[in-house]
Design a binder for this molecule. Sequence first.
Ligand SMILES: [Zn+2]
Length: 297
Amino acid sequence: MIKVHKAKKKPSALISDKTIKWVERALQERKNHKARNHIYGEETIRKLLRSIYSDKCGYCESHINPSHSYMRIDHYRPKGRVRENSEHPGYYWLVYEWSNLISCCEVCNMEKGDSFPLENEKDRLFQPQKNMAEWKADSLSFCSEKPLLLHPEISTPENHLKVSICGEIREKNGSIHGKESINICKLNRRGLILNRKKAIDGIRTELKKTALSIKRDIEKGQINEENFLDTVRERFLSEFKLLKMMQNPNKEYSLMGKNMLKNFESFFIETLPDGDPKDILIKAFALFFEPDSSPLK
Ligand SMILES: [Zn+2]
């Protein structure tokens, strides 16, 4: 999960007369209201969410196949019931609320379901705030609920979550919000760990291969002090370009990309067996990521 920027201005389809009628109906029917997918999931809203979330799931960052059928629109605050509180009617007044709609993959949507734990159950709101302006996910009254699930548009998930060298998501600095978000959406599903691990291993293999080729050529005398930096620049270019690209927010699992770059040593140097040319890799990384010398600029 990473921070996602969504403009506060609501899409016109969510403030149309038609939608307002559905909101009114939800307010009357409360927990019996049947959420209308064709209203909150109307074509322009779907399109907008896909673009804001770069065709990714807001929770697990998996790429969602652009053929719409795979994209779910998750209600951050569950609309029909709340798993943690059987008395709760669900946040029925937020069914058509822009800040409550999150682009989501099928599996996260299913795993999360109606879960919405709070730090303390006594803070939970049971009915619509009188002032409709407070219905936004980041309003004072909603923030006072102190939800445990991170909201990609409100929280800064990067401060709560990190990716381990084996592709697992872990809470950062003991964050309870990080830990709960992992549990609620099952962010360490086997398939997700395998995908992330495959990407990490792929980069590690390529970096190692290149470092070994340079080591061999040094031993053969083909690389010396004079051409060392140029050779490193040339041979590592594609790998470091890829590594840099993987942290772009529009890339799948970009939190992992950010973590790989930030913790290059633990991901790619400490994991190499003794005898492998760690020194070459350390020099190459410094060359590419020292602000002044980077060939990636
Ligand atoms: Zn997902």
